[in-house]
Design a protein around this ligand. Structure first.
Ligand SMILES: [Fe+2]
Length: 245
């Protein structure tokens, strides 16, 4: 891509290489949402956290990793998959040349004070989060994203500590150098992002409400190919054509 030339005169700063965060605000039917929340409570059972009591209960560590096979969630997840495909098209994929797989789909339930630490999903290509709860305020625990590397931070730690080199403390939060971006959960909100992007969940500060979401890890492979055909070099072949050894 060739960057357009700036008009003569003033400084122009261009945002290069943006991270693709997809957002879709769905409108869940109240009855569907009530049934989904009821099912999530049942799936969690008596547990209240992962082994670390400060960490939210996550289905992937508790045997609930195929929510896409659970009848209560099948229609919703089908809808989420359609949006994932639209995300891929926007990024330039030809959906006839790839096969999108759900690798894992699991709920995350966060009691007051609980978090999910910073991590990414190196096993997957595309990740999604869908919120069953949240009012858009971030009170129940925002999702925080970190850049892979903040190359605009010309001086490492430039905004930290006393006598920082910035003219105004607020500049540390400017879009050119911000160390993270927070997204507030809202019931019906879907997020799509590269699976390699670091993220974590901030503490649920709402004593009255459980924070409920589901996560999906997607993997892209080549479509299954026929005799004499070969998958594109940079795509894994379709898993049906793998051989366990
Ligand atoms: Fe995650």
């Amino acid at each position: 891509m060739l960057l357009p030339s700036p008009a003569p005169g003033a400084l122009v700063i261009q945002p290069l290489f943006p991270v693709a965060l997809g957002q879709v605000q769905l409108r869940p039917e109240p009855l569907d949402l009530a049934l989904q929340l009821q099912a999530l409570h049942a799936l969690r059972g008596d547990a209240r956290s992962n082994p670390d009591p400060g960490c939210a209960w996550t289905g992937d560590l508790n045997g609930v990793w195929q929510l896409h096979h659970h009848g209560t969630f099948v229609p919703l997840i089908r809808q989420l998959v359609d949006h994932a495909k639209a995300y891929l098209v926007t990024l330039g994929f030809d959906l006839h040349q790839v096969c999108l797989h759900i690798q894992r789909c699991w709920p995350v339930l966060s009691e007051a004070g609980q978090v999910v630490g910073r991590h990414h999903h190196p096993n997957a290509h595309l990740s999604a989060v869908y919120y069953f709860t949240g009012d858009g305020s971030g009170r129940c625990g925002s999702l925080r994203f970190w850049p892979q590397r903040q190359v605009n931070e010309l001086v490492p730690g430039m905004a930290v500590g006393h006598g920082a080199p910035l003219a105004e403390a607020d500049w540390a939060q400017s879009s050119w150098t911000t160390p993270w971006i927070d997204v507030a959960p809202q019931a019906g909100l879907l997020l799509l992002f590269p699976a390699g992007l670091d993220h974590g969940v901030l503490p649920n500060q709402d004593d009255q409400n459980l924070r409920c979401s589901l996560s999906i890890d997607f993997v892209l492979t080549a479509a299954a190919c026929g005799p004499g055909q070969a998958p594109p070099e940079y795509l894994a072949p379709h898993p049906l054509q793998w051989d366990p050894v």
